[in-house]
Design a protein around this ligand. Structure first.
Ligand code: ADP
Ligand code: ADP
Ligand code: ADP
Length: 208
């Protein structure tokens, strides 16, 4: 199954992808995670994109497309994939069309108020990327990752200024993809407001 998860930042795409990758036995390819891993490992790419991610702007299409093309050419993506956070522009969608076919584009629908609540309460473990929420999905011990025991952090781009910019970037550059994929007849709208288990179950049903 070749899937794209589309939707505003904070809609729960990564959370649902963690469940879906096990269910469908396909890799979860998050371009945000790929960039953050490069930053953490201080690679050339990481140095190039660090300031862009902190600001909430988009990495240039050429850089992003090349990275995704590489990742999709790996063996594990032959059996299918969940692309989470890509494409984010029409140019990226056009490039993806040249790389592979898609079975469905899942559009996570969530109102602005909930988006901001989810983003501002998100906390992550820096070494594993595991995601929590201070209210909706807290760790067993406040501020500490359940598995590694490390302190949880707030992503720079989850701070208020960057959130405002990211939502503007989404509206301008990514939201047009909804119409783009709807026109192609492969868009599936999912109500992202209920609890993750419920969002996941309704997605699986719609993908049958
Ligand atoms: P995205 O990948 O779309 O940016 P995440 O999966 O990282 O979104 O979720 C954003 C935040 O909202 C995280 O803190 C996560 O724990 C929380 N979250 C995700 N799904 C839900 C949900 N269905 N209900 C409540 N909170 C959620
Ligand atoms: P979110 O929580 O907003 O879903 P992601 O983890 O998907 O965030 O992305 C974090 C950042 O990584 C983005 O704000 C952007 O700077 C960069 N990024 C991720 N995917 C793309 C993409 N497809 N094109 C350009 N930049 C991207
Ligand atoms: P997934 O979310 O794909 O199921 P995991 O459950 O293993 O993956 O980890 C949770 C999150 O951490 C995912 O968003 C995943 O991409 C990310 N992640 C996994 N390993 C690393 C790592 N070494 N560095 C940064 N992020 C990671």
């Amino acid at each position: 199954m070749n899937l794209v998860f589309l939707g505003p930042p904070g809609a729960g795409k990564g959370t649902i992808a963690s469940q879906a990758k096990t269910h469908y036995d396909i890799p979860h390819i998050s371009t945000g995670d790929l960039f953050r891993n490069n930053i953490k490992n201080e690679t050339e790419l990481g140095k190039q994109v660090k300031a862009i991610l902190a600001s909430g702007n988009l990495v240039p299409d050429s850089v992003t497309i090349a990275m995704v093309k590489d990742r999709l050419s790996e063996d594990d993506a032959k059996k299918g994939f969940i692309l989470d956070g890509f494409p984010r522009t029409i140019a990226q969608a056009e490039a993806l069309k040249e790389m592979t076919g898609l079975d469905a584009v899942v559009n996570f629908v969530l109102d602005r108020e909930d988006i901001v609540k989810r983003l501002s309460g998100r906390r992550v473990c820096k070494s594993t990327g595991k995601t929590y929420h201070i209210i909706y999905s807290p760790p067993k011990v406040e501020g500490i990752d359940d598995e590694t025991g490390e302190s949880l952090i707030q992503r720079d781009d989850d701070k208020e200024e960057a959130i405002i910019n990211r939502l503007a970037v989404y509206d301008k550059q990514t939201e047009p993809l909804i119409a783009y994929y709807r026109e192609k007849g492969i868009l599936i709208d999912i109500d992202a407001k209920p609890a993750p288990e419920e969002v996941f179950a309704s997605m699986v049903k719609l993908l049958q």
